[in-house]
Design a protein around this ligand. Structure first.
Ligand code: E4P
Length: 217
C-alpha cells in the first residue's frame, strides 16, 4: 500500500520522507492556508523533495478555468497531479487534461457512482473522503469497498486514494479492503508505530537490563 502525506508542511514531509514512508503528497486549499505559504512556491518545494506524485488542487469552478489552472499547476514539476473536484465541470476538465497526459486526482468523492464517473473520465486517482462520511454517521469504509468492487469488476486502472483519514484504524481497514493509497496527516502516520504493549514491554526490558549492570557500548 502506498502512503501519501496529507499536508503542505515541508518539515513534516521531510521527516517522513527520510524514513521512506512517503510515496506521495496531497494538498488542498485548506492545507495551503494552514501552511501560510504561496501555493506555487510550496508545491515546487514539495515536488523537489518527494519522488512520488504531488497533488495540487485547482480553485476554479468552471471547466475552462479549471483546465487553465490545471495546466499552470502541471508546469510546476513532472510529478504534479492536478486535483479536481468531483463536479460535472471537474469531470469535463479531467477528460481534457487526461487526454493531454496529465495525472489527475478527482477529489471530494462521496459515492461509488461518482467514482465510476471519475474512472470513465480518465482520473489517475479517485479520492473518497472517509472521515467526512463518518462525521455524518455514514461508514466511509463501505464506500471504499464499493469502489474497489466496481473498479475490479471492470478493470478500471484509476487508483483508490483513500482520503480524509483520521485514525490508525482507517489506515488498517483501507489496507484490508485493498485501497491502493491512503493519504493521511503526518501525526496519523506516526501513530501507526505506537502500541501500549510495545511501550510496556520496552519498559520492563529496560528495568531488567539496568539490574544486569551490563553495557553493550
Ligand atoms: C486529501 O486529499 C483531502 O483533501 C483530505 O484528506 C481531506 O481531509 P479532511 O476531511 O480531514 O479535511
Amino acid at each position: 500500500m502506498k502512503f501519501f502525506v496529507d499536508t503542505a508542511e515541508i518539515d513534516a514531509i521531510a521527516e517522513l520522507n527520510d524514513l521512506g514512508m512517503v510515496d506521495g503528497v496531497t494538498t488542498n486549499p485548506s492545507l495551503i492556508l494552514k501552511s501560510g505559504r504561496d501555493i506555487l512556491e510550496v508545491t515546487k518545494e514539495i515536488c523537489d523533495l518527494v519522488d512520488g506524485p504531488v497533488s495540487a488542487e485547482v480553485v476554479a469552478l468552471g471547466a475552462d478555468e479549471m483546465i487553465a489552472e490545471g495546466r499552470k499547476l502541471a508546469e510546476i514539476a513532472e510529478n504534479i497531479v492536478v486535483k479536481l473536484p468531483l463536479t460535472w465541470d471537474g469531470l469535463k476538465a479531467c477528460k481534457v487534461l487526461s487526454s493531454e497526459g496529465k495525472m489527475l486526482n478527482v477529489t471530494l468523492c462521496f459515492s461509488a457512482n461518482q467514482a465510476l464517473l471519475a474512472a470513465k473520465a480518465g482520473a489517475t486517482f479517485i479520492s473518497p473522503f472517509i472521515g467526512r462520511l463518518d462525521d455524518i454517521h455514514i461508514d466511509g469504509m463501505d464506500l471504499i469497498e464499493e469502489i474497489r468492487t466496481i473498479y475490479d469488476n471492470y478493470g478500471y486502472e484509476t487508483e483508490i486514494l483513500a482520503a480524509s483519514i483520521r485514525s490508525v484504524n482507517h489506515v488498517k481497514e483501507c489496507a484490508l479492503i485493498g485501497a491502493d493509497v491512503v493519504t493521511a496527516p503526518p501525526d496519523v502516520i506516526k501513530k501507526l508505530a505506537g502500541h501500549p504493549l510495545t511501550n510496556a514491554g520496552l519498559d520492563q526490558f529496560m528495568k531488567d537490563w539496568a539490574k544486569t549492570g551490563q553495557k553493550i557500548l
